[in-house]
Design a protein around this ligand. Structure first.
Ligand code: G4P
Length: 534
């Protein structure tokens, strides 16, 4: 291990790398945009990624991908604020929800969960939240759209606690909602923060901070609002969990903030608190033990996403990696552990606000995309350390949609196998085979249904193979943890299907949760898991 320099250490210390998770339409894009506004990365809100990217129909998506290359699904935005260097990982929602969304969370050190104040916890948030808890990363909650009629504040907090099973600690408390939303009360400083007009959210706006006991308060909020606030705060102080940084760091307590991303109310105060409560990059697990970015001087990174460039002529790919330690320099030679040889990392790129740019340097905590001549796989480790190590792999997430794939022209078997394998290697789809037969029957599993269209489109356009997909009724997949179990003897329900993955590992497909329970009951000692290891 080579000694870390102070320069690199200082760079890593100021890094904050987080993902924003939410159900579609809760306001993730708007909040991201406002962060950039406060970070000075854009001058006027409304200029970041076109809204269209989030809301397009399937056919548009293909066009957008083609026109814009990788930019649609690979949003990693970097900006500076108050001495911090912030990396925001976007997790695509809507139809383009896929395994990538889950994997992105592997690269983050914390997560910000955006919840619509009128809706509470929604389906997609629940799914993404599960992955965050698996990693024990800090989760911060921003309850958005307070400028609209909101659910009762206590109800919202209960909803998060009951639905997601995490304790909450409101850092501030909303004063009114809808047209009456005036601002928030900061529980630690006991000050009321009143927001002023932000020209429909396009400018930063002023925040006035007044002590709750200051007579001036009566000019800012109504008497009714003050009485309600005092009552609610008293109730919360008496019954709610206290702030505990250690529990926050372990992902067991979620600090909660209220605001309106659209009008910029509560955005900056959230950002300031959040940056203090979250940490710089932490040690990551490897086969050499934890690698601490504050000590390890050598460069190391792992690949968490591979994006095929839609440029047909080149068929090149971009591998996105999370730098875990040390300093990256463009064109540097690193050791690719899984490939067992040295590679040169070329054409490194990063996203700045809405643009992709070439970079020359990056540090632990940063995300970079490098040119991949087809040698990287999800989860691969790269390092310059003499004393080599491999980072813990990335889990394989359970697909929820399955289809049998057949190529229309049987003469094109070779291209078909090659194409489908490459696309699986990029992690866009998972492929399985019938348990007892060979490659003749291929079953594809995806996390988001859009991936089926992407598969069909790409096989046709890049490999010249037309396919037919036949949907299968399965919705649940389980890996078998105790592989010594004899699959031939395993008895499940009649609608259960035995398959194997590319590495020959056995898996079970189920139509419903009831069948999973029945199968576990019927086979003593059988241990099933929702996440596999790549
Ligand atoms: P997403 O990325 O989570 O999918 O959500 P996005 O930010 O795109 O926001 C979804 C819709 O909610 C947008 O409205 C957006 O303007 C609105 N929105 C976001 N934050 C707030 C907020 O704090 N208050 C209110 N009232 N609305 C908010 P849209 O009508 O779908 O788009 P647009 O035409 O307004 O841009």
């Amino acid at each position: 291990m080579s000694q870390i320099t102070n320069e690199v250490k200082n760079q890593i210390k100021k890094r904050r790398t987080f993902a924003i998770i939410s159900h579609p339409d809760a306001g993730k894009t708007t909040l991201t945009e406002k962060f950039l506004l406060y970070g000075g990365a854009i001058n006027q809100a409304g200029s970041v990624k076109g809204k269209a990217t989030a809301k397009h129909a399937v056919s548009d998506w293909m066009e957008i991908e083609k026109e814009r290359g990788i930019s649609v699904t690979s949003s990693v935005l970097q900006f500076n604020y108050d001495g911090y260097c912030i990396n925001i990982l976007d997790t695509p929602g809507h139809q383009d929800f896929s395994e990538d969304t889950y994997r992105t969370l592997m690269a983050a050190d914390s997560a910000v969960m955006v919840i619509d104040a009128s809706k509470g916890v929604e389906a997609q948030t629940r799914k993404l939240f599960k992955v965050c808890t698996m990693r024990h990363i800090p989760i911060f909650t921003f309850i958005n759209k307070m400028d609209r009629e909101a659910m009762d504040t206590f109800e919202l907090l209960d909803d998060i606690e009951n639905e997601l099973g995490i304790a909450t600690c409101p850092i501030n408390w909303p004063i009114g909602s809808g047209k009456e939303f005036r601002g928030v009360y900061d529980r630690a400083s006991k000050k009321v923060e009143i927001f002023s007009d932000t020209k429909k959210g396009t400018t930063q706006g002023e925040v006035k901070k007044v002590d709750i006991n200051d007579p001036e308060i009566s000019w800012l909020i109504t008497d009714d609002q003050r009485v309600q606030l005092e009552e609610e705060i008293e109730l919360q102080d008496g019954a709610g969990a206290e702030f505990d940084q250690e529990l926050v760091s372990k992902g067991e307590l979620s600090p909660v903030f209220f605001g309106s991303a659209l009008t910029n109310f509560g955005v900056e105060t959230f950002l300031q608190h959040f940056l203090q409560m979250t940490t710089s990059p932490l040690p990551r697990t490897s086969d050499r033990g934890p690698i601490d970015p504050m000590e390890e001087g050598d460069f190391s990174a792992f690949v968490f996403k591979i994006q095929a460039n839609m440029n047909k002529a080149h068929r090149d790919r971009i591998a996105f990696m999370r730098i875990c330690s040390g300093e990256f320099e463009a064109g540097m030679d690193v050791y690719h552990m899984q490939g067992g040889k040295k590679v040169r990392l070329s054409q490194p790129q990063q996203m700045m606000a809405s643009e992709r740019k070439m970079i020359s340097k990056a540090y632990g905590g940063d995300i970079i995309g490098v040119f991949d001549p087809g040698i990287f796989s999800i989860g691969d480790t790269l390092t310059t350390a003499q004393d080599k190590f491999t980072y813990e792999g990335i889990p394989t997430f359970a697909p929820e949609h399955f289809a049998r794939v057949r190529q229309v022209d049987t003469m094109k078997r070779k291209q078909f196998i090659k194409g489908i394998n490459q696309i699986a290697q990029e992690g866009a789809i998972q492929i399985f085979q019938e348990y007892n037969t060979g490659m003749e029957e291929i079953i594809v599993g995806v996390v988001g249904v859009l991936q089926f269209d992407v598969l069909k489109y790409r096989l046709e356009n890049e490999y010249n193979v037309e396919i037919r997909l036949e949907n299968l009724p399965y919705e649940y997949i389980r890996w078998i943890e105790n592989e010594e179990i004899d699959l031939d003897k395993l008895t499940g329900t009649s609608d259960m299907k035995k398959v194997k993955d590319l590495k020959g590992r056995p898996l079970l497909l189920f139509v419903n949760e009831w069948s999973i329970r029945m199968t576990v009951d019927r086979n003593e000692g059988l241990k099933l898991t929702e996440f596999g290891r790549s």
